[in-house]
Design a protein around this ligand. Structure first.
Ligand code: NAX
Length: 327
């Protein structure tokens, strides 16, 4: 029998964790037929809640679920991990300065990066969901010098899926008819969802919508969708975030479909003028193991300005965490 793939989920007792774990255990993360062992990392106060979730996972009797471990120690939780889903983070609370937020998260993602470095499996692949996701991924990566840098990624797949859905709704087509969507930059309000390369029915999406819709409705709707969900639901996106995490890892491991690409924040190699090393969102394909940035796209002046603004924000975040000694 196949050795189970070990998937470590941090923040396992949180709301994204609750939406994520059952889908992983059912086989949707790795593919049908691949057994999985779950490792749940929580802070001590939330271990009991994680145990409750584990009881429910047991009660599903998932045929692919080979076991569940729960710990409040990253060194234990990441031991032998093949996939790390870093969901738990310190949220911004009232009156908190940006520096405080970055510092609090440095205290989480630094030690987790080191634990991954010291204990994870050689093929470990990491997706950071917890915000500020791109910069948290950078901090974790900086503490894992023995792990190839490209194994650290951050999630912009939810933004990508939101963009697919908004465009499909506008053009009254199926989501599956939209190809080559791209989110560029930071998972923040400065992100740039790009319709100048997206295609619907083989034609460029930007040519099928008004400029004013693209600029004044589409971009802000995608970028501010998280806030709209909170306003409507009274809680932040959870099931859709979990779904995007599943999509990201599934495609990373199993490959993206021919003739299409997706969006992921991965370490820049300098492509498209994004400074090397920043973990920024790009159009990417996977060959079934590694992400590659789609090359050779022409960037029009409007897109250039938007990409540069979001990348500048990432560069500032990197500066700030570097000054705080978190890299
Ligand atoms: P919750 O507050 O429901 O859950 C977070 C969990 O993390 C809690 O159970 C907490 O105890 C745990 N935690 C905190 N510090 C930890 C540590 N050091 N080690 C292990 N666990 C720890 O938040 P939830 O709604 O699940 O969101 C989790 C994160 O995802 C947040 O940072 C949120 O901002 C971020 N998001 C990112 C998205 C993205 O697209 N990249 C979208 C959804 C979401 O907003």
């Amino acid at each position: 029998p196949q050795t189970p793939v070990k998937v470590t989920v941090t923040g396992a007792a949180g709301q994204i964790g609750y939406a994520l774990l059952f889908r992983i255990a059912s086989g949707q993360l790795l593919g049908q037929g691949v057994p999985v062992r779950l490792s749940l990392l929580e802070i001590p106060q939330a271990v009991k809640a994680a145990e409750g979730t584990a009881m429910e996972l047991d009660d599903c009797a998932f045929p692919l679920l080979a076991g569940i471990d729960i710990s409040d120690d990253p060194n234990v939780a990441f031991d032998g991990a093949n996939v790390g889903l870093l969901v738990g983070a310190r949220p911004r609370t009232k009156g908190m300065e940006r520096g405080d937020l970055l510092e609090a998260n440095g205290g989480i993602f630094g030690p987790q990066g080191k634990a991954i470095n010291d204990h994870a499996a050689d093929d470990v692949r990491v997706l950071v969901v917890g915000n500020p996701a791109n910069t948290n991924a950078l901090i974790a990566q900086a503490h894992a010098p023995d792990v190839p840098a490209d194994r650290f990624t951050a999630m912009t797949r939810l933004d990508h899926n939101r963009a697919l859905s908004q465009l499909a709704g506008k053009l009254q087509v199926a989501v599956a008819d939209v190809k080559k969507m791209t989110i560029w930059g930071n998972h923040s309000a400065t992100q740039y969802p790009d319709l100048y390369h997206a295609e619907v029915g083989g034609k460029i999406a930007a040519e099928q919508v008004d400029d004013s819709w693209l600029r004044d409705t589409f971009i802000p709707t995608v970028a501010k969708r998280g806030a709209a969900i909170i306003e409507a639901r009274g809680a932040s996106s959870a099931a859709s975030a979990a779904n995007a995490a599943i999509d990201h890892v599934y495609d990373w491991i199993n490959g993206t479909p021919q003739g299409d690409w997706t969006s992921a924040a991965i370490p820049s190699d300098g492509s498209y003028g994004v400074p090397e090393g920043l973990i920024s969102s790009f159009p990417v394909v996977s060959n079934g193991g590694a992400w590659e940035i789609v090359q050779g796209l022409d960037i029009d002046p409007f897109s250039r300005e938007r990409i540069d603004a979001s990348v500048a924000e990432l560069a500032e975040e990197r500066e700030a965490v570097s000054r705080l000694g978190l890299l």
